[in-house]
Design a protein around this ligand. Structure first.
Ligand SMILES: NC(=O)c1ccc[n+]([C@@H]2O[C@H](COP(=O)([O-])OP(=O)(O)OC[C@H]3O[C@@H](n4cnc5c(N)ncnc54)[C@H](O)[C@@H]3O)[C@@H](O)[C@H]2O)c1
Length: 316
């Protein structure tokens, strides 16, 4: 049984708790939050002890870092250096800047630990299937993609202290659309050139709406539009791929549905699935991989670093 400590008992911790509870071979034995009330309440719900200082964590196999994004590098590095946990799960994005990602990996290495980033949408079966179609050449040459993440986040959401800040949040491509930025990097590789143009309806110090146009070394060109400024509620999530031998349009907040399918020699697969919440089911898969020590199912360091570079280039 792998023993886990959660650091950060906010919104996403509920998804981690649910995923861990759904998975054989992993259990939470400790929770931590600098907000003592929150740590205590989470510990009481789970029937496990709580602490407010992550440096006091001991006797666990995995620490999952679920704190505000811009704090991930410091928190993950200090946990690596000050605790005996060999594996450190870090929620997305692992950092806001490429520089901080390099620094984090350097400190993780010196401490002899392993970083496991959360990229739960890569474990979505439809995404894995699409990746296989692209890599195997079944779609022929991919020409273009169109990705739209047109969502709403209300004023209450932006009242949370770290949301909308440059140091801790990074903006719409980091906090809301990061999985879709990861998709374009996962599917098409590294950028040759790009231009992201952003704005902030709410006068934040980051962009809450971005339109970016990109060209990849793989020859693919495309656009990503991401916003949290849609009136009242989430409107649309879509990922369209236009290729030599087919056109595919995925939709749903986790790209969990095939909306359009026209691929040479292939019937549309029956792979749509329902999700209970916007985070999808990928955290469950991630903890299954942890329980079974499938460390190979996590992205490589090179992959993580180039993905953060894509996010940084498109955002600023
Ligand atoms: N994978 C996903 O789909 C997904 C979805 C939502 C959020 N996230 C990521 O999860 C992270 C957390 O987001 P959230 O919405 O839960 O934020 P949140 O503000 O609800 O929770 C963060 C918690 O971290 C705690 N914290 C801050 N500093 C700490 C410290 N030094 N020690 C211990 N606890 C500390 C805060 O008190 C707070 O309770 C972000 O990086 C976000 O991008 C990922």
């Amino acid at each position: 049984m792998k023993k886990i400590a959660l650091v950060g008992c906010g919104r996403i911790s509920k998804r981690h708790i649910e995923a861990i509870n759904n998975t054989e071979g992993v259990e939470i034995i400790l929770v931590c939050d600098i907000n003592e009330e929150r740590a205590k309440a989470t510990g009481a719900t789970l029937g496990v002890p709580y602490i407010t200082d992550y440096k006091k964590i001991t006797g666990v196999d995995i620490v999952s870092v679920l704190t505000p994004s811009g704090l991930h590098p410091r928190h993950a590095a200090e946990i690596a250096e000050n605790t005996d946990a060999p594996y450190i799960v870090v929620e997305k994005p692992i950092s806001i800047t490429v520089r901080e990602s390099y620094e984090l990996f350097s400190r993780i290495d010196k401490a002899g630990k392993t970083l496991l980033p959360v990229y739960q949408n890569r474990y979505n079966p439809l995404v894995a299937f699409t990746k296989e179609l692209i890599d195997s050449g079944k779609l022929g040459k991919v020409h273009q993609f169109i990705c739209n993440v047109l969502w709403n986040r209300n004023d209450e959401y932006f009242n949370i202290d770290w949301h909308g800040t440059k140091e801790l949040d990074g903006g719409v491509l980091y906090t809301q659309a990061s999985h879709y930025v990861d998709m374009i990097h996962f599917f098409f590789g590294d950028l040759v050139e790009s231009k992201g143009i952003g704005g902030s309806l709410r006068n934040l110090d980051v962009y809450d709406s971005i339109s970016a146009v990109c060209r990849f070394y793989s020859g693919v060109v495309g656009t990503i539009n991401a916003t949290v400024d849609v009136y009242r509620k989430n409107y649309l999530t879509e990922f369209t791929i236009i290729a030599e031998k087919g056109t595919i349009r995925l939709s749903g907040t986790n790209l969990n549905k095939i909306d359009f399918w026209d691929v040479e020699g292939m019937e549309q697969p029956d792979m749509d699935f329902t999700i209970d919440h916007v985070y999808g089911k990928g955290h469950d898969t991630m903890y299954e991989y942890i329980a079974n020590e499938r460390w190979d199912m996590f992205p490589s360091r090179k992959d993580i670093l180039s993905g953060i570079a894509v996010m940084e280039k498109l955002s600023y």
